[in-house]
Design a protein around this ligand. Structure first.
Ligand code: HEM
Length: 205
């Protein structure tokens, strides 16, 4: 008997999210192999991966407000993949930093992190993402229980805030983009707070 395909629409949409999330990574890798990252290629790669990480983290934080706004709970099915892409791109970001910016010199990497505040903040964001990624599997969610899981995953807001602060601290003159990220984060937090205060039927989860 041929295998039955039983992918429901939600699983299909999630697959689209997973496939699409990988595309900017492939584009970056492709441009890198073609030598199309410009004169300062390492900085360009750090720029792209840093922004990608932030954008995916923000997307993952957007899913609950979207559920509240639309009443469709399907958004939540995309949240884990989006958050994990945020983590993935920041790991690539770190790998590019250690591998190319610091030429795999771990002592020099640690020295830089030790002496620069913006790197300490970025490192804190990355370290904080580890427990969130580790507890993102179905079995870990079950083991923790919904309540504990939710409490722990509130740290996602802190991760996003540290990511924005890292960005804000490193830009030299034009702070408009990090400030725009900060403004969006404040709106997301505001919606979350309003949801808790109102806690009507729609806003309880
Ligand atoms: C160990 C962790 C990290 C290290 C060592 C690191 C290092 C760096 C470095 C060296 C730059 C370029 C600085 C420059 O242009 O002078 C940078 C930029 C950036 N990083 Fe990180 N980072 C880390 C974690 C993160 C995380 C977790 C995020 C996001 C959540 C992030 C987002 C960004 C962004 C948005 C930029 C700015 C890109 C640009 O416009 O040039 N970084 N990071």
């Amino acid at each position: 008997m041929p295998a039955r395909h039983s992918m429901n629409p939600l699983q299909f949409y999630r697959m689209l999210v997973i496939l699409n999330g990988a595309i900017p990574g492939f584009m970056l890798a492709w441009d890198a192999t073609q030598g199309r990252l410009g004169a300062n290629s390492v900085n360009q790669a750090l720029h792209v991966t840093g922004i990608l990480s932030l954008v995916f983290l923000f997307f993952s934080l957007l899913m609950t407000p979207l559920r509240w706004a639309t009443g469709w709970s399907g958004w939540i099915a995309f949240r884990r993949a989006l958050g994990l892409y945020g983590f993935f791109y920041s790991l690539v970001h770190l790998a590019i930093y250690v591998g190319f910016d610091r030429a795999l010199n771990l002592a020099s990497t640690l020295h830089e992190i030790w002496t620069r505040t913006f790197l300490q903040v970025g490192t804190a964001a990355l370290i904080l993402m580890v427990p969130l990624a580790v507890t993102s599997t179905n079995s870990m969610i079950r083991r923790l229980g919904q309540k504990q899981w939710r409490l722990l995953h509130r740290a996602a807001y802190l991760v996003a805030a540290l990511g924005v602060l890292h960005y804000f601290l490193l830009v030299k003159s034009d702070v408009r983009l990090p400030l725009a990220f900060a403004a969006v984060l404040i709106v997301l937090l505001g919606i979350r707070a309003a949801g808790r205060v109102l806690s009507t039927e729609r806003f309880t989860k």
